[in-house]
Design a binder for this molecule. Structure first.
Ligand SMILES: [Ca+2]
Length: 163
């Protein structure tokens, strides 16, 4: 049986169209799942939750002891040891070396905890600030009223930690 060359060409066109549709579908699926971005968002959500817990603990500590935990005018950072170091987490003496075990089970540490992404805490006699650098949720970082558009800041004076 003799094949019609035009029907062959049509089949090739069909294959090309199907391939193109498949490629588009794969592209759409990848962009919907977007693993890199969703991991960054998940880390940011953990940071927001952690910093809010730390904020609560600091306020409860101050209510009980009449002062903020730790040394005045000293910048505490959660990355002074590498992530995973047990000394960072202990509620009795973590990256802020103050016992907060009455208020929480452990100090939270940034999921990345390197030179860029880490938690910070600073206070003087009157005010305090805690902050965390965000990866994706930049509107949270820029609309908090603080002085650093890359960090989410909480506290009574958001100008204490200089960017
Ligand atoms: Ca900010």
């Amino acid at each position: 049986m003799k094949r019609n060359p035009e029907s062959n060409a049509f089949t090739l066109l069909e294959i090309t169209i199907v391939m193109a549709v498949l490629l588009i579908l794969i592209g759409v699926t990848i962009s919907l799942i977007s693993p890199v971005s969703s991991k960054g968002k998940a880390r940011d959500n953990k940071r927001l939750s952690d910093i809010s817990t730390l904020d609560r603990v600091i306020n409860e500590y101050r209510l009980d002891y009449g002062q903020y935990p730790g040394l005045e005018n000293f910048l505490y950072t959660s990355n002074y040891l590498p992530a995973g170091s047990p000394d960072l987490y202990s509620a009795r003496s973590g990256w802020i070396p103050v016992d907060i075990s009455d208020y929480t089970t452990r100090y939270s540490v940034d999921p990345v905890n390197d030179a860029i992404y880490h938690y910070e805490y600073f206070h003087n006699s009157a005010d305090y600030e805690v902050s965390t650098r965000l990866e994706q949720l930049m509107d949270k970082a820029s609309e908090d009223g603080g002085n650093d558009p890359l960090k989410y800041e909480l506290g009574t004076n958001l100008l204490l930690i200089t960017p």
